[in-house]
Structure formats: structure tokens, C-alpha cells
Design a protein around this ligand. Structure first.
Ligand SMILES: Nc1nc2c(ncn2[C@@H]2O[C@H](COP(=O)(O)OP(=O)(O)OP(=O)(O)O)[C@@H](O)[C@H]2O)c(=O)[nH]1
Ligand SMILES: [Mg+2]
Length: 221
């Protein structure tokens, strides 16, 4: 009997393309940042807030991933940044070949940062390495502090965790210590940033962290 593990093949092909993406990002010296979360956690609102803070110091492009629509890319266009909308038509994650296609459409020689807004989903996007310098995720307060226990892979593959909508904390029983404990058991190097894209609380701290990482890479230009 011939046995082909298709999932393994897909992930191996993805890994090869992720290496090509890493090579391109190294050659062109741009910082690739992947943002994942469940639907509605606040990715688009957060990215707009980052653009408002870092858009004058860094040249930023955005890749929007969605199953359908151009809703989020239209919001990015209000900030005057180059945007590529990827429509998957059903796939619930982005993969490295999709990112390579999108990068071909961006003016990479003129960019310091390329932000990827992944498709809202806490499961599949975690399986697909996109070649990003910073794989990261948003967790919003209304989702609860137990998500690291229920979706461990997502929390394991990320380097930064932005806990957003902290302005809603008075209305929810979100336990920040419990989150830190659960996350610490899985991924002790994951940096946690409590913030609100609505009020701006915590945004400057996060942007300082990001600017440090980006400068480290692009000053080697
Ligand atoms: N109170 C509060 N609301 C927020 C915050 N960030 C986002 N929202 C709201 O949350 C809702 C969803 O925000 P989006 O930014 O569209 O979320 P998203 O993760 O991009 O959603 P998808 O792309 O559909 O997965 C909107 O109504 C936002 O105004 C925040 O920090 N505080
Ligand atoms: Mg969005």
C-alpha cells in the first residue's frame, strides 16, 4: 500500500516557501510581521493604531488576508499605505505561497515593515510558517484568559502576545495572572503586552518594542 501523508506534504511545501520569503525579506531588508487572532479580536483596529504611531517613522505596507471582502484593506487605504488584499475564497489561514504572491505586488524597496493581518482563526494560521520576523497574536479580553490552554499551538509559535480591549476589563472576569501562568507554561519567551487600541493605553509601550526590533533589522541595510 502506498501511503501519502498529505498534511505533511503541504506543511513541507509551505516551509520551503517560508524559507524563500525569509530570504527575500533579508535581501530587501524589510521586517515581516504576522498578526493572528480569532475573528473580531481587534487586528484591524490595532494595525490602524500602529500605523498612526509608527507611520511617520517607518515606511509600512500591509497584506490583508480574508475569506471574502475588501473591508479591512479599505480601512488601511485611509492611512495611505500600500495594501494587498488576499481573498482565499474559503481557506481559513494564509500560507507562505500566498504571502510570496502578495509581496510581489508591494514596493519592497521602499518599505521597512510589511504587516500581515492573517485570517481570523486561532487554529489553522498557527500551523503555517509565513517566514515572518515576528509571528504574533492578539487576544482580546472578552475572549477569556483560558485560550492558551485551549489553543496551545497558537501561543507556542508566537513571540509577542498583545492582550487587547483592556478598556473592557471592568465588564469581564479576565484574570491576567492566570493568563501569564498558562502562557508561561507553554512558551516562556512570549512577550505579553496589555493594551487597548480604543483608548491607546499600552500602545506606546508596544510600539517601542516593535520599533526596536525593526530598527535592529533595517539599520543593517
Ligand atoms: N472596546 C474596544 N473595542 C475594540 C478594541 N479594538 C477593537 N475593538 C472593536 O472590536 C471590533 C472588531 O475589531 P476589528 O479590528 O475589526 O477586529 P479584527 O480582528 O480585525 O476582525 P476580523 O478581521 O473580522 O477577524 C470592532 O467593533 C472594534 O471597534 C479595543 O481595544 N477596545
Ligand atoms: Mg480585520
Amino acid at each position: 500500500m502506498e501511503y501519502i501523508d498529505l498534511k505533511q506534504c503541504i506543511l513541507e511545501d509551505n516551509e520551503q516557501m517560508a524559507d524563500q520569503v525569509r530570504k527575500l525579506a533579508a535581501e530587501k531588508k524589510f521586517f515581516l510581521w504576522n498578526i493572528m487572532s480569532s475573528p473580531g479580536a481587534g487586528k484591524t483596529t490595532f494595525i490602524l493604531s500602529v500605523l498612526d504611531r509608527l507611520g511617520s517613522g517607518f515606511r509600512i505596507g500591509v497584506i490583508e488576508g480574508d475569506i471574502e471582502s475588501t473591508v479591512d484593506s479599505q480601512k488601511m487605504q485611509t492611512r495611505g499605505v500600500p495594501v494587498v488584499q488576499l481573498r482565499t475564497g474559503g481557506d481559513c489561514h494564509l500560507d507562505a505561497p500566498m504571502i510570496m504572491k502578495a509581496l510581489e505586488k508591494l514596493p519592497l524597496d521602499e518599505l521597512d515593515i510589511v504587516i500581515i493581518e492573517n485570517i481570523g482563526n486561532l487554529v489553522c494560521p498557527a500551523e503555517f510558517d509565513l517566514g515572518a520576523d515576528l509571528p504574533s497574536m492578539l487576544l482580546s479580553v472578552p475572549e477569556g484568559d483560558d485560550k492558551a490552554i485551549k489553543y496551545p499551538l497558537m501561543f507556542s509559535v508566537c513571540r509577542a502576545l498583545m492582550v487587547t480591549k483592556i478598556d473592557c476589563a471592568p465588564y469581564f472576569d479576565f484574570d491576567f495572572d492566570a493568563l501569564a501562568r498558562n502562557v508561561g507554561a507553554l512558551n516562556s519567551s512570549l512577550r505579553i503586552f496589555p493594551l487597548s487600541a480604543r483608548t491607546g493605553e499600552g500602545m506606546d509601550d508596544f510600539c517601542r518594542y516593535l520599533a526596536g526590533l525593526v530598527s535592529e533589522k533595517i539599520t543593517r541595510k
